[in-house]
Design a protein. Sequence first.
Length: 576
Amino acid sequence: MLNQEQIQNIVLKSKILPEADLKKAITEAANESISLTEYLVRQKVLSENGLYESIASFYGVSFVNLERKPIRKDLLQIIPEAIVQSHQIIAFEKDEENIKLAMADPTDLEIAEFIKKKTNLRPEIFVTTPSSLKEALKQYHKGIKAKFQEISKPGEEEGAADQKDLKKLAQDLPIIRIVDTLLEYAIYESASDIHIEPTEKEVIVRYRIDGILREVMTLPKKIQSGVVARIKILANLKLDEHRLPQDGRFKVSTDEYKVAFRVSIIPVYDGEKVVLRLLNESAQILTLEQLGFLSKAYDLVKRNVQKPHGMILVTGPTGSGKTTTLYTILNILNKPGVNISTVEDPIEYRMPGVNQSQVNPKIGFTFSGGLRALLRQDPNIIMVGEIRDNETAEIAVNAAMTGHLVLSTLHTNDAVGALPRLREMNIPSFLVATTTNLVMAQRLVRKICPNCITSYNLSTKAIRELEKQLNVKEVLRAMEREDAISKSETGLQDLLFYRGKGCRECNNSGYKSRIGIYEVLEIDHEIADMITRNATNEALLEKAAEKGMITMLEDGFIKAKLGITSVEEVLRVTKD
């Protein structure tokens, strides 16, 4: 990739930014620990395509977008995948004399010379964007079923399955290759979980992608014991234990990624079910804007994270992105002048400058024990992975009261529900009111695939169904308040919504990637007074709405109107 100096030179000479603005951009990028190119794209100074078109123009070469350009298989064979990945270069066309090469760094002439010698063709250099390259590089991966058929040649499985010794079975080459392929493709597909489920006659493998489980293949029953044994060896679990649940973990590291796998094995009727949770340790921490906060909610969060003490709580079910939100806030607060300590289960992201501890109940290191120990470490900011019991709640509230900023999560369905939950944990109402600064509730919705997005109007039947499920007038009022619709758009029949038709890019699902929908409740004097007087959830919710709080459902409908997600997706995650 081009280095910082080269990008600065291109930005100046191409007159993308004046020198003073460029210096400011360099400082801001350094403060956010991101590259200058990433900063320029994020701040919408230029689109990614626009920036790389300027780079192409600066070096006097052409620009090419490879995102939806199929590349012939014979061209993919020309450059080994390892070189493609390390040098970010791909051959996309050739004739009898020339070969066209797309790369993010057109100054990498050594690799162009290497390809010239290897192919005896004259290289023609094109510039493309890193995201375009990433899409093109996916073409190196075959379908997982094709890959599995290739690695499980006839006879190999039978030979493996005949062996009685589980340790030998787990070290059998076809078994190793099958497990490695399952893990590699899960990483490549950005899956969050792998489910390996035994049935009477076969083993089903499913990946959870964008929150939805998708069956990817079935394995022969005869290799079930080998696959489970291999995963047990990787996670350092007992091979001969088949009657009790087991938990473990292991890591997979390459030049491209570092992924931790949390393993859970439980006995079921037809064998042992294995679930692996993927935690991408090399993933970049997002910003609040990237998480999907609308402007008013964003301002509330920014204002409250600057407070020196109190509690910020994030609520929602498992897998709703709570930890990601907490890490994003920690990233904002992570400055040299403060001591940040965390106690987590597990540590999902490594953050430089943050003291992270992982609970270990087997040896008595619990959330409450860890939190008590952290308070002796002179912290300014504390993050507790989850408030699960009375003791942890009590220590967290006391820490917030004695001058610490405490971040944590709770399992409740909405923001208002967090307040009675703390009271149920024997925290007095006046302490809940005086220590809680902000409560956020969230869910994750799938984003519409940008490659196959299409607009439509809701049918009369669909509108009638929606009116049965929710208060349409309130939703429309909130949308108007957030400037998502105009005053002339008086009903759902006037609104244009969006959905994905389904294409190769999104595996015909119509969705690609996920974003959060939120409700953000700020505890001001009025709300605090109501909490002290033990007001009901309904009364608190009514007061919050009066003060302009957008509910998750309303936030979802605004994002559906903006073409970010679909109405169906919002209803899926918000309606029980």
